[in-house]
Ligand binder design. Structure first.
Ligand code: NAP
Ligand code: 3JM
Length: 339
């Protein structure tokens, strides 16, 4: 039997733990799984299958004998260690923004651009969570009706920032119910009972880097620079599940009925849209699920051919861990993972 040794780099984090769960749930054909993190958590354990894995400190040497590394340990860690992993003959699927816009690195969502894995040179990038759920819904509509312009406004869960942010929202809620001033450590302002229209740092033209990531990554994944994209990204006091209000303008005429029917038969999507029954996607229902949920599909009467919709998905699953594991599965199916 050939071997397939998988390293999860950042195994103690919100994404890394979900990565281990996803490998297990999908019966990923790994012959061995190694958990890597920083020196801080070396020797601790993370749950995997019926037992646990002992966490090892990630070093230059960690990837010897490893075939596949799933990275979710932050951009700078990835910049340092991914090249060592590639040098060891390992294929890296990286979750950070470190490599996404590198022209030598494919940026892949299996439902959208699966064949881009064919030209990888060791590293494949997993897109930003908000971008992933947007392009899964855009792709079938673009193929059929040609999208000219997208306006997206996000409502992003704190789990997107990691374990410390999940703890911060919990702590602030508890502090407020006990009449205490909430401690602000992770975000620039209190997140409990608030909305922060800043995700990541401010950059060109007063857009945040999260907004710039969404704009640039969408063009690269869709392979189409002609689609105009503008974004406003907002952090909201939700634990799991990013939501998006999306306004789409098309070249060809399209009705809400046609869009609903097309999306309902498209991969990775579940249409959940019945206003009469108050049925629409919400983060609480998307948490822990694999699909991109689409609802509130309706005509935008202010443009010649336009639709408005509401897209929700679990940012830690399809937005991170699941998409990364699906990329690895794609490599296996295509015979591109040398074992
Ligand atoms: P998290 O909960 O804070 O976990 C961070 C992980 O990185 C921990 O396992 C941590 O290990 C590890 N780490 C940090 N510095 C390290 C170092 N120098 N060497 C080795 N391991 C190190 O964060 P998260 O939510 O899991 O996210 C991790 C990263 O994934 C993010 O920074 C982001 O780049 C990416 N991400 C991507 C998406 C997406 O949209 N695709 C979504 C969320 C996150 P210790 O326990 O030892 O500190
Ligand atoms: C760093 O919800 C979020 O904040 C987005 C996830 C995220 C990213 C990302 O994937 O773009 C959190 C922290 C990054 C990154 O690598 O830039």
């Amino acid at each position: 039997m050939s071997k397939l040794v998988v390293a999860v780099a950042g195994a103690t984090g919100a994404v890394g733990r979900e990565m281990l769960k996803t490998l297990e749930q999908r019966n990923f054909p790994a012959t061995e799984v190694i958990a890597l993190a920083s020196a801080r958590s070396a020797g601790t354990t993370v749950p995997f299958k019926d037992g646990e894995l002992t966490v090892q400190e990630m070093t230059d040497k960690s990837f010897e004998g490893v075939n596949l590394a799933l990275f979710s340990a932050g951009g700078s860690t990835s910049k340092t260690f991914a090249p060592h992993a590639v040098k060891s003959g390992c294929v890296v699927v990286d979750n950070s923004s470190a490599w996404r816009m590198d022209p030598k690195v494919p940026l892949v969502v299996p439902e959208v651009n699966p064949d881009d894995v064919d030209w990888h040179a060791g590293i494949i990038a997993n897109p930003n969570c908000s971008t992933i759920q947007l392009v899964v819904a855009m792709k079938p509509l673009h193929d059929a009706y040609t999208i000219k312009r997208v306006v997206v406004s996000t409502y992003q869960a704190v789990s997107g920032t990691g374990q410390k942010a999940i703890a911060e929202l919990e702590t602030q809620v508890r502090q407020m119910f006990n009449g205490l001033d909430p401690e602000v450590k992770v975000y620039p302002h209190q997140i409990a009972f608030n909305c922060l229209p800043q995700i990541d740092v401010f950059s060109e033209g007063d857009y945040t880097f999260e907004e710039i990531k969404m704009i640039k990554e969408t063009a690269k994944i869709m392979g189409d620079e002609s689609i105009k994209v503008t974004a406003t990204t907002v952090r909201v006091p939700v634990f799991y599940g990013h939501s998006e209000s999306v306004n789409l303008e098309f070249e060809k005429p399209v009705t809400a009925y046609q869009a609903r029917a097309l999306l309902a038969k498209s991969p990775g999507i579940q249409v959940y849209d019945n206003p009469g029954e108050k049925m629409y996607p919400m983060p609480l229902m998307a948490a822990g699920e694999d699909e991109v949920f689409v609802g509130r599909i309706r005509q935008d009467e202010t443009v010649e051919s336009g639709l408005n919709m509401w897209i929700v998905s679990d940012n830690i699953r399809k937005g991170a861990a699941l998409n990364a594991v699906q990329i690895a599965e794609l490599l296996i199916v295509k015979g591109k993972l040398k074992v």
